[in-house]
Design a protein around this ligand. Structure first.
Ligand SMILES: C[S@@+](CC[C@H](N)C(=O)[O-])C[C@H]1O[C@@H](n2cnc3c(N)ncnc32)[C@H](O)[C@@H]1O
Length: 451
């Protein structure tokens, strides 16, 4: 017997899902919504649709339920080197000048596949970078790959693909070079390429980016392809604004070819045939200068404006920390560290400055120095939850899982003192979201360890 669910309930559920994830179910996709909610309900042991709807219309939807819903409402269409023109343009036009510029100094590239699905897109990028960088081992490469669907992320982490994932233009030779055949229909990406990509849960409908904490800052290139087409225009516009802030000046956003138009107006559409690509040019492109230099060139102004240079007050520690954070967000890590040190000279007991310094050192892969800075934070303030979180992440990087667990447990305990929607100072993230990031980091780790 089918029980009719009143239309307004579907509408309410649709609005809630759109508000929390961006996903939009127009009237012609109502059947998809119904099917998804029904099977998400079954996963939670709710056999009746009415029970499922009740569970999923509680506001705000808690992260566990949201994750279950996302597994049943998202579309997982993807394959290696999807849209060959995109990869050709990246290989011949976008990445070579960037690589040339970076080779002169820091040998660093930061790329984010936002809505990475089961991993074919970020792994295609990893393969491409191996092709373009014969000395890749000497580079500091970040390929962050995020998705809202934890089932897709687990598949991505495993790195095992069926023939169906190769339906794009990937030659047999390429396949042989980069994959190990497990059997006739399953191919495992070789470890050298797998290990270039880091997979994380991230809901683009939330405010967890850009942030040093989610490693979503200072990106050179973001691929967010065939994701926003499922979003409501309002939510898609919010995502584009946040992605724009995640990019470095001059950085690139690639979307799906069907996703163009005024939505991307904060960015500059660049004309490469058959490719939807946008560049961040808030200032005319020129040699990038660290923010500190800009501050020095144009001293911070105070009211009333002093007339003599000698009267210009020196910036205080908080202003220096602010400038340091702005530099870090734009990828000027050396300038950011310099500003942190200046702030600490003025106020050596400033836990915030030690914390920022620790996070930047972590980003620079100077893990021991980062740990020393973060320990100083906790010496000054035992309740600095972000310091525990970052220490946990560093211990994970070092492979010290006992210490990782200890720091994460401390962070989770401290987070209980906050309400889930309270924003943790300095993170732009709510307590509930940070707890979720920690739990999913532990979870992804557990999944990959049991494989
Ligand atoms: C059609 S796939 C595109 C995969 C890949 N980018 C490509 O173009 O081949 C869309 C992906 O977006 C993800 N997605 C949808 N809503 C999302 C959200 N709010 N946050 C993060 N990922 C989301 C889905 O789970 C799915 O993996």
């Amino acid at each position: 017997m089918t029980i009719q669910i009143p239309g307004h309930l579907w509408q309410r559920l649709g609005e809630l899902i759109a508000a929390q994830t961006g996903l939009h179910f127009s009237s012609d996709r109502l059947d998809d919504l119904k099917r998804g909610v029904e099977s998400a309900g079954r996963e939670l042991g709710l056999s009746r649709l009415a029970e499922a709807i009740e569970a999923f219309t509680q506001e705000p939807l808690d992260q566990d339920k949201l994750k279950v819903l996302a597994k049943h409402l998202t579309i997982g269409e993807t394959y290696f080197f999807r849209d060959p023109k995109v990869f050709e343009t990246l290989e011949t036009k976008i990445l070579p000048p960037l690589i040339h510029q970076r080779r002169q100094n820091e040998r660093r590239l930061r790329i984010w596949s936002a809505g990475c699905c089961s991993g074919e897109e970020p792994y295609s990028i990893a393969i491409l970078l191996h092709k373009l960088l014969p000395d890749i081992a000497r580079w500091n490469i970040t390929i962050l790959a995020t998705d809202i669907n934890t089932r897709f992320l687990q598949k991505a982490e495993a790195g095992v693909f069926s023939k169906w994932s190769f339906r794009g233009p990937i030659s047999e030779d390429l396949k042989k070079a980069y994959f190990k055949a497990i059997d006739e229909n399953r191919f495992e990406l070789l470890q050298a390429y797998k290990s270039l990509v880091t997979f994380e849960f991230l809901n683009l409908g939330e405010d967890s980016y850009p942030s040093l904490l989610t490693n979503t800052n200072a990106m050179d290139l973001i691929l967010c392809r065939n994701v926003l087409m499922y979003f409501s225009p309002t939510q898609a516009a919010k995502v584009v604004k946040k992605l724009q802030r995640s990019l470095l000046e001059g950085g690139w956003l690639v979307t799906g070819t069907a996703e163009t138009g005024s939505l991307f107006e904060p960015l500059l559409a660049v004309n490469y045939p058959g490719v939807a690509i946008f560049q961040k040019v808030t200032e005319p492109i020129r040699e990038q200068k660290p923010v500190s230099k800009r501050i020095q060139a144009k001293p911070i102004s105070f009211a009333p404006q002093p007339t003599k240079a000698a009267m210009v007050p020196r910036p205080n520690a908080d202003e220096l920390i602010k400038a340091a954070r702005a530099n870090a967000n734009e990828g000027h890590f050396a300038a950011a560290l310099e500003l942190c040190d200046k702030a600490l000279k003025l106020d050596k007991l400033n836990a915030g400055a030690h914390y920022l310094k620790g996070s930047i050192l972590q980003e620079q892969n100077q893990l021991d120095d980062a740990v020393a800075s973060l320990r100083r934070v906790l010496y000054l303030d035992r309740e600095f939850v972000l310091a525990y979180f970052t220490l946990g992440m560093i211990m994970q990087q070092k492979g010290n899982m006992r210490e990782q667990a200890k720091h994460f447990q401390n962070a989770l305990l401290l987070l209980q003192k906050y309400t889930p929607n309270e924003v943790i100072p300095g993170s732009g993230m709510t307590a509930g979201r940070l707890a979720d990031v920690i739990k999913s980091t532990i979870h992804v780790r557990e999944v990959s360890e049991t494989k």
